[in-house]
Design a protein around this ligand. Structure first.
Ligand SMILES: O=C1O[C@H](COP(=O)(O)O)[C@@H](O)[C@H](O)[C@H]1O
Length: 225
C-alpha cells in the first residue's frame, strides 16, 4: 500500500473529518463483530479529535479504548496520557467505553508488561489505531535511540514493552510495532510545519531512525497547519 496524505484548511476541519472517519470505521466493524478496539495517542495534538469523537453516536459499550503508549507517572500527573484521555475522550457518549489503562501503578513499566500483553493479545488485530508523531519522528513511545527499540520493532515483539529514551522525560510503556502495524485501520495525526517537515524526513529514513516510518505505507496521514 502507499501512504494517503490528507491536508485540511484548518485544525477544526481536521478534527471533524478525522473523528468522523474513525467513528465510521468503528461502526462498520461493529456491524460484523461483537466488539471493536480503538488505540489512541497521548501528547498534545489529539485534544480536538478526542472531544469531537467523544460525542459520536456509537455503541461505545462495545468498544475498548487503549493508549498506544503511556508515561510511567500517576494517572493525575500532568504528563499522564490517561489524564488527557479521561478529560477529553472518555466522557460524553464515549464514557461508556471500556478502558485498558497502561499505567498499572507498579513500580516500573517492566513489572506491568506481561499482564498487559496478555490483556491486549485477544484484542488484536486492533480495529483503529490513531498515531501521533514527535518532531524527532517517534511514535507511541518508539523513540529513535531508545533502549529497547530494536526489540520493540521486531516482528516477534510482545504487544507491550517497557522503554526508556533520552528524548523521553520518564520511563514509558508502549505498544510495539507488530501490534500497531497489524491494525485494520491506521491514521497518523500531525499538525504544524515542523511535523510536516519531520514527516518528509521520515519518509526517506529507516524505521530505526524514524520509527513512524514503519507505519506510513499503510496509514492515512492527517495534517493541518
Ligand atoms: O510523548 C508523546 O509524544 C507523541 C507526540 O505528542 P505531541 O504532543 O507532539 O502530539 C504522542 O503521540 C505520544 O502518545 C506521547 O506519549
Amino acid at each position: 500500500m502507499t501512504m494517503e496524505f490528507k491536508e485540511y484548511p484548518d485544525r477544526e476541519m481536521l478534527a471533524l473529518s478525522l473523528a468522523d472517519r474513525i467513528a465510521s470505521q468503528l461502526a462498520q466493524h461493529l456491524r460484523g463483530n461483537d466488539r471493536a478496539t480503538l488505540c489512541v495517542p497521548g501528547g498534545t495534538s489529539p485534544v480536538q479529535v478526542f472531544e469531537t469523537l467523544s460525542g459520536a453516536d456509537l455503541e461505545w459499550d462495545r468498544i475498548t479504548v487503549v493508549l498506544g503508549d503511556e508515561r510511567w507517572v500517576d494517572g493525575d500527573h500532568k504528563r499522564s496520557n490517561s489524564r488527557l484521555l479521561r478529560r477529553h475522550l472518555l466522557r460524553d457518549r464515549a464514557a461508556a467505553a471500556s478502558y485498558i489503562d497502561l499505567y498499572t501503578g507498579d513500580a516500573t513499566p517492566d513489572d506491568a508488561t506481561a499482564a498487559l500483553s496478555e490483556r491486549l493479545a485477544p484484542l488484536t488485530p486492533l480495529t483503529v489505531v490513531l498515531l501521533g508523531m514527535g518532531n524527532d519522528m517517534h511514535t507511541a513511545s518508539l523513540f529513535p535511540g531508545a533502549d529497547h527499540l530494536q526489540a520493540a520493532m521486531a516482528a516477534d515483539a510482545p504487544p507491550v514493552m517497557a522503554i526508556r529514551a533520552d528524548g523521553a522525560e520518564e520511563p514509558r510503556i508502549t505498544l510495539t510495532r507488530p501490534v500497531l502495524a497489524d491494525a485494520l485501520n491506521i491514521h497518523v495525526l500531525i499538525m504544524g510545519p515542523e511535523k510536516r517537515e519531520a514527516l518528509d524526513r521520515a519518509q526517506k529514513s529507516d524505521p530505526m531512525e524514524a520509527p513512524i516510518r514503519a507505519f506510513l505505507d499503510d496509514a492515512t496521514v492527517h495534517w493541518a497547519e
